[in-house]
Write a protein that binds this ligand. Structure first.
Ligand code: SF4
Length: 295
C-alpha cells in the first residue's frame, strides 16, 4: 500500500470509531516503507497497533523494534511454528531458530521496559499454524512460550488453499484429528504448568476436534463483518479477510481513495451484508466462523 494512502486514512479516522490498526496479513509489515509513519499515525490518533511479524525484526533488531512498537501496540503476534530448530526451520524456510529465540527475548525485555516506564504493556503472542509437521511438539512449544515472556499462544489450523498442502492439514483425516487432540492435552498441561509457575499464559483456539465425519459444530457469528474494516493495498474496501471478499464476491463496497472510510462504514452495502451474511453462500460455509479458522 502507498504509505500516503494509509496516513490519509488514519488522519481521517481520528476522533471516530476506529480503535485498532492491523497492518497487513500478507508479507512482513516491518519491511513496509510506511511502517514508521503508521506507528506515528497510531500514536497521534490514539489507535492501538495490532501487528503480526515473522520475528526476524529487520533493519533495527528486536530490542529497537520493541522500544518503538510497544508504546502504541495492543498485541504483537510472532509467527512461530516449532519448539525445536529442526521443526521450526523446516516449516519456515530461511529461519534461524536461535536468532528467533534471541529476538523474542529481546522484544519481551523491551516491552517490559516500556511497561515499567509508561504503564502501557502490549501483549506478546505466538501465532502458530498447526499442521502435520509440528503437531507433536505443540505442547513443548507452549512450554517454551511460557519461558520467553509470551502472554498468549494462538493456534490456527492449516487451511490448505492449494492441493499440495492438503496432506499437512490435520482436520482432513482421523489420524490427524487424533494427533491434534493429543496435542490439545499437551498444550493445556503446559499452559497450566506455566500458570502455576506464575507466568500467565493464555491459549486461543485450542479445543479438541470431533471425529471425522461427525456433523460440524454449528458455525458461530462472523468475527469480522461490521467489526473490522479491511482496506486492500489499492484502497478497495473489503468486509473481511476471506479471499472471496477480496475478489468482490461479497459485493462492491467502494474504495477509500474516492470516499471517506466513515462513508463506506455507514453505507448501505456493508449494512446489507452485516444483516444478511448468514444467508450468503460464501458465508454459510466460511471456515472463519469456526475455532481455528480465524486469520
Ligand atoms: S466470508 Fe466469512 S469472514 Fe467474510 S463476511 Fe462471510 S462469514 Fe464473515
Amino acid at each position: 500500500m502507498d504509505p500516503g494512502l494509509a496516513s490519509a486514512l488514519l488522519a481521517g479516522a481520528r476522533g471516530g470509531d476506529l480503535r485498532e490498526v492491523i497492518p497487513s496479513t500478507m508479507g512482513e509489515p516491518l519491511l513496509w516503507a510506511g511502517i514508521d509513519g503508521l506507528i506515528e499515525a497510531c500514536a497521534a490518533g490514539r489507535f492501538r497497533l495490532n501487528l503480526t511479524t515473522n520475528g526476524t525484526w529487520p533493519g533495527r533488531g528486536a530490542r529497537s523494534w520493541g522500544l518503538r512498537i510497544s508504546p502504541v501496540a495492543s498485541d504483537v503476534k510472532v509467527s512461530w511454528n516449532g519448539a525445536s530448530a529442526a521443526t521450526a526451520e523446516a516449516i519456515m524456510a530461511g529461519l534461524d531458530f536461535a536468532a528467533a529465540l534471541d529476538g523474542v527475548r529481546q522484544f519481551a525485555a523491551a516491552r517490559d521496559e516500556v511497561a515499567a516506564r509508561t504503564g502501557t504493556r502490549c501483549r506478546l503472542s505466538f501465532q502458530v499454524t498447526a499442521q502435520a509437521g509440528n503437531v507433536d511438539e505443540l505442547g513443548a512449544l507452549v512450554a517454551l512460550a511460557g519461558t520467553l515472556g509470551v502472554d498468549r499462544v494462538k493456534v490456527n489450523q492449516l487451511q490448505p488453499r492449494v492441493a499440495m498442502l492438503a496432506a499437512r492439514a490435520l482436520p482432513g483425516s482421523q489420524a490427524g484429528r487424533d494427533r491434534w487432540n493429543r496435542a490439545v492435552n499437551s498444550m493445556r498441561s503446559a499452559a497450566a504448568e506455566a500458570n502455576r509457575a506464575g507466568r500467565a499464559l493464555e491459549l486461543q483456539n485450542v479445543a479438541p476436534l470431533p471425529p471425522l465425519g461427525a456433523p460440524p459444530e454449528p458455525a458461530g457469528p462472523c468475527p469480522f463483518v461490521g467489526r473490522e474494516a479491511w482496506v486492500l493495498h489499492d484502497g478497495r474496501f473489503a468486509p473481511c479477510p476471506h479471499p472471496a471478499a477480496w475478489r468482490g464476491e461479497l459485493g462492491d463496497f467502494g474504495d477509500v481513495g474516492s470516499q471517506p472510510l466513515s462513508a463506506i462504514w455507514s453505507g448501505e452495502p456493508l449494512a446489507r451484508l452485516a444483516d444478511g451474511y448468514r444467508d450468503h453462500p460464501v458465508c454459510r460455509t466460511c471456515a472463519l466462523r469456526r475455532p481455528g479458522g480465524a486469520e
